[in-house]
Write a protein that binds this ligand. Structure first.
Ligand code: ATP
Ligand code: MG
Length: 385
């Protein structure tokens, strides 16, 4: 009798020799969390694989959609588990091919259990010959319409063909915490995704100028945070009202420098948020040369207000690459929803392109920012997915 289960391969954990079991524990916990209310009896990790038993195989599409978003997951396959016995594997293979339509096929065997007396290559040949005799279909190693997967693990054989690929990377929560500055534009959600893929836990921060601007950017950011919580369930977004601070800057400082001053303030507030959560870095969607605030001089002027490293995973991307990724992860449609950006709304015709640090610091010393920051923090809103 065969039993349905899901077999998961994870991505880079094998590289982490000494703390592999710590990574595995977190990955398994994340898998469990992502499955949510989908039925399963238990999850076990052994032989560098995660096995989910006691599932409802009829709901495979639902499992598949959840599992592909678990960071660190390489692939997941719906499998039938039997004893590692060649005759039984033949029977399962026959049963499988009778139920699916295909034009060409290949067999892909992985033999983790070296005590099994046939090698992977031999199993491919024996089962392949059997499948060919019954189906009369040809073998295609490069582009088969059916890839029959067999894995021999600790005295058991797992057979299946429906495999979903994940994004790889590292399990969420294994690489400390960072604050991601989430505008409601296209870039910052993609930047967040890239760093989520590296196992970093992310807390989001959005800054807005309501009521001078409408509240659309806030709603967009909430939606984007919801989409990103496919990859990191239970995410938090901090929403900061910065209009008063912007008014003071606009009152006291030459309009050429407004954008840089607004950004420096956002970075300062994000560093304070990082402090609250013991976060060790900030993340932005900055992309060299894309807009006036993203010249190298201005990136320098903005960065120097941070006491933490600022990760900019999109610095070297083309806009097309970013849009493709935004579409793939599902944030694009929310990012293009019309909104008023808190910085561009007040943007002068000729913003400074090469900010001079000495000048910036001199201007900033005219304003007592500490009290303003305190007031903003008191008024911030917290949104949890
Ligand atoms: P995006 O597409 O992410 O909005 P952009 O191309 O519009 O980026 P900028 O407006 O210069 O570029 O913003 C650069 C980065 O600064 C953003 O990716 C984001 O990380 C951060 N940022 C800008 N505005 C805000 C905001 N209102 N709230 C939070 N972060 C912001
Ligand atoms: Mg923007």
């Amino acid at each position: 009798m065969s039993q349905y289960c899901i077999l998961i391969h994870y991505h880079e954990l094998a590289l982490k020799k000494d703390n592999k079991s710590w990574f595995e524990k977190i990955f398994q916990k994340n898998v469990r969390q992502h499955l949510g209310s989908l039925p399963f009896k238990n999850i076990n990790t052994y032989a560098s694989r995660v096995f989910i038993y006691g599932i409802d195989d009829k709901k495979w599409d639902l499992y598949k959609n959840k599992l592909k978003n678990v960071m660190g997951l390489k692939n997941a396959t719906l499998m039938q588990k039997i004893d590692a016995d060649l005759e039984k594997i033949k029977l399962i293979a026959k049963e499988l091919i009778n139920n699916i339509k295909f034009d060409s096929f290949r067999i892909t065997t992985k033999r983790q259990d070296k005590s099994f007396k046939f090698t992977s290559h031999e199993i491919n040949q024996i089962i392949g010959t059997e499948v060919q005799a019954i189906s009369k279909k040809s073998v295609s190693l490069k582009n088969p319409s059916l890839n029959l997967i067999i894995e021999i693990v600790r005295g058991q054989a797992f057979t299946g063909y429906d495999k979903v690929e994940g994004y790889g990377g590292l399990p969420n929560g294994t690489c400390e915490t960072a604050i991601s500055l989430l505008s409601s534009g296209i870039d910052s959600p993609v930047a967040s995704f890239q760093i989520l893929k590296r196992g970093v836990k992310i807390i989001y921060a959005h800054f807005h100028s309501a009521p001078a601007t409408n509240k659309q950017s806030i709603d967009n950011c909430k939606q984007i945070t919801e989409v990103l919580s496919k990859f990191q369930p239970n995410s938090t977004l901090y929403i900061y009202p910065i209009l008063n601070l912007q008014k003071i800057i606009m009152d006291k400082i030459n309009d050429k420098f407004w954008m840089i001053m607004f950004r420096r303030a956002m970075i300062k507030l994000s560093c304070m948020l990082a402090d609250e959560h013991k976060a060790k870095a900030l993340i932005t969607g900055e992309n060299i040369g894309q807009v006036s605030s993203q010249t190298l001089s201005n990136i320098h002027a903005i960065s120097s207000s941070s006491n933490l490293p600022i990760l900019r995973p999109l610095a070297g991307h083309t806009k097309e690459e970013i849009i493709n990724l935004a579409n793939e992860i599902g944030t694009y449609e929310y990012s293009i929803a019309p909104h008023q950006d808190c910085c561009s709304f007040f943007l002068p015709l000729h913003p400074e392109l090469k900010a001079d640090m000495i000048q910036i610091e001199r201007m900033e010393s005219k304003i007592n920012f500490d009290n303003i920051y305190e007031e903003i923090i008191l008024k911030r809103e917290v949104y949890k997915t």
